[in-house]
Ligand binder design. Sequence first.
Ligand code: 16G
Ligand code: MG
Length: 550
Amino acid sequence: MASQNQALLQTIAKAADQYPKPPVTFGYGTAGFRTLGERLPSVIFRVGMLAVLRSQRLNGATIGVMVTASHNPEPDNGVKLVDPAGEMLEQSWEAHATALANCETTESLIGTYEALAAQLRVDINSPASVVYAYDTRPSGPALIQALEAGLGAFGGRVKTVNLGITTTPVLHYVVKATNDKSGTYGAPTIKGYYEKLATALKTLVGNRAPLAPLYVDCANGVGAVALEEFGKCVEDIITFKPLNTDTKTKGALNSQCGADFVKTRQQLPPSVAEAGVLAKPETRGASFDGDADRIVYYYLRDGKNFRLLDGDKIAVLAALFIEDLVKRAKLQAKIKVGVVQTAYANGSSTKFIKERNIPVTCTATGVKHLHHAALKYDVGVYFEANGHGTVLFSSGALETLHKTQPNSPEEDKAIKNLLALSELINQAVGDALSDLLLVEVVLAHRAWGAAEWDAGYEDLPNRLVKVEVPDRTIFLTTDAERKLTSPVGLQKLIDEAVAKVDQGRSFVRPSGTEDCVRVYAEAATTASTEQLAAVVTDLVKQAAAAIATA
Ligand code: 16G
Ligand code: MG
């Protein structure tokens, strides 16, 4: 076996020589590796090696690799690994990814890999399975070649499936479906996913009239490809009016459009405003981000004023609807619905949910944290304010729904709708497309337009400030990022500033994706919000400067 290993390692080394590491330090963060696409070939080659190791460690279960940089500018790219249940890579493996990516030479790469395999008790000659996909970025094809070189070095030991250009959530779905030995989750293909969604949508819409047409800003990204293909499967139920579907023009991706633009600027993409398509008050629009795992909605109140319906609004809409169905099914005692948010959720949304006796958990930023907290509820609704999110049905809840004998047609209907929702909503990861269908279904059932949906609660004015500091690693947080433990003394000053403001709330955390610290503030009025944000920003700058010069 030793000689077999040596032969394989030699083959890998030869292939790795074609992908030397540039003089850059890489880190596997919240969103995987992410930087300029041209810097990434060596990283992607090594991610291929790690995917094989991960699969071997899990007895050959299929692992996913997604090449995308989501809402980042077009020259960027990135890569992340997907675990067998369709979840993000287990956190302890992020360090292995970072270690491999930063080996300076082929020799150190091979040494590190061999040591890692030994430490994890993995036989590098055992079978593995990897499925991969990429978005519409120009650097995608070259990076996929690097990935294939990394996987190809293992020869026939690794079974690979290339899904081609598709969205991040579709890849997550295919990974989960491939590993589902019961075969009930759905066919492990892009088409299988669309068919699953379409079937669930048909059940939920029932004999209602077709849904209102919906304008969808696709951020000039891969969401446009998905929406076009999926749209054909449901054209008798809903008509999509895609906007920003240009995946070919250089520089168009995420430029002046997409969910991140809309959420950050709190305004329509100029292209959507110019198209004038939202002038009628009953018309609503939505924006995907660059890899279609995030969605925000909006409309023009009275045909004029921009109103954002973000992840918080979607969470409230979904949680209350599901809670209603559970009550109609008379299953409140057995199925508990809960909501998971981050500190960025608007205080009004949290208050609104709690007042309706639905429990709310707050976690640190990043999908994986919300996802894990949502698993603790029977039905866990999780959304970040920025539009990342989904609804998870526990196996216990699904079993209850399958086993319950309804005592009335109403109970029967509620149970069937809950089961159809569990099929409509992506159980692996948040999906803009699936979330869109969830929103449209709830609005159809409630006979609501955007204005009625929006009417539930009014957001508190809020402000997010990006602060550049000499060293963001000195900022350490606790209590789901709502309090600072370092720099020492800073939290007390923030608390004092907050106490002076009506309905004030503010927190500071280091970004996980950019070299900066983020300050969030909200309060009863716009003026007091701006003031609170300014005061806390100053406190942060002073504390950072004091430490830098100490
Ligand atoms: C990443 C996260 C997103 C989070 C954002 C925060 C995933 C897939 N993505 O994009 O959930 O909101 O980081 O960025 O987990 P920040 O740390 O720079 O504020
Ligand atoms: Mg994204």
